[in-house]
Design a protein around this ligand. Structure first.
Ligand code: HEC
Ligand code: HEC
Length: 224
């Protein structure tokens, strides 16, 4: 997969090659590490915890003020990735004060439960898009995030349908190192500002894609 990718993407060879090496090594390591007996999420229990989360993640187009960007869509995301993100917020290794407070009191089991609820059914990928139809700057991303924007493993987040402004913000954070991830830092620094716009526009417009968790989903199920 990475060989093919290397041949197809030659713009900034050395940095990109480093990124791939890191990516392949770290990617498989992290998948293996998190595969060790993770608690199985119970979506029904997660629904109760998830109610608070809908105050932001359940409102279509809800934006974070300062800096201004859309709160990420979670419905259809890989549950395992959400678990990983929540653990990082909890420990503070992904620095974001609001989400740190949200995750702080959650046990590993509660994190698994709320991730199972919020993610719901994972986005089913569209037909693979031919690499020649993918914008050049986004070709590098497809080995992990899929040409259809669906993460090829549960640790690679799905980008299809995610808010454009959130994708741009995330890429800037990887570039600056504020959001720490060796794979995405290496990839991020190889992108120009114009390329960031191109890749964010490409992935955010792909369908089927992620959704805002419907608030009605909660009310409907709470009545039963
Ligand atoms: C006050 C608004 C708010 C509330 C309430 C909130 N979130 Fe968030 N959440 C955000 C914002 C803003 C981000 C993006 C933060 C960043 O840039 O890292 C985020 C990011 C996330 C992410 C990372 C998504 C990704 O694609 O990486 C997860 C997972 C998440 N929230 C889950 C939850 C859960 C679970 C709860 C409830 C226990 C919750 N959130 C409550 C605003 C909120
Ligand atoms: C080798 C695998 C790999 C490649 C190639 C790759 N990514 Fe990623 N990407 C990841 C992983 C793993 C994460 C989760 C990192 C974390 O925990 O913060 C991620 C996270 C992201 C996120 C954050 C998503 C969210 O919900 O917060 C964005 C945006 C992103 N990648 C965009 C891209 C773009 C654009 C490219 C191509 C220019 C790309 N990635 C190439 C593996 C990869």
């Amino acid at each position: 997969m990475s060989e093919l990718w290397l041949r197809s993407y030659t713009r900034s060879g050395v940095r990109v090659a480093t990124a791939v090496l890191l990516a392949v090594t770290c990617g498989s390591l992290s998948v293996r590490a998190s595969a060790q007996s993770p608690p199985v999420g119970n979506a029904k229990l997660g629904r109760v915890i998830g109610y608070t989360c809908l105050g932001c993640h359940g409102i279509k187009g809800y934006r974070n003020a300062y800096p201004d960007y859309a709160v990420p869509r979670l419905r259809g995301q890989h549950a395992l990735y959400l678990v990983h993100a929540l653990k990082e917020y909890r420990s503070g290794s992904r620095a974001y004060p609001t989400m740190h407070m949200q995750a702080l009191s959650l046990s590993d089991q509660q994190i698994a439960d709320v991730a199972a609820y919020l993610s719901g059914k994972p986005v089913a990928g569209a037909k693979p898009v031919a690499l020649s139809k993918v914008p050049k700057a986004a070709q590098v991303c497809t080995s992990c995030h899929g040409s259809d924007g669906v993460g090829v493993s549960p640790m690679y987040p799905t980008l299809a349908g995610q808010h454009e402004s959130y994708l741009i913000r995330a890429l800037h954070e990887y570039q600056t190192g504020y959001r720490r991830n060796p794979i995405m830092h290496a990839i991020g620094i190889s992108l120009t500002p114009a390329e960031i716009q191109v890749v964010a526009a490409y992935f955010s417009h792909l369908k089927p894609g992620l959704h805002t968790v419907p608030r009605a989903d909660f009310r409907w199920s709470a009545k039963r």
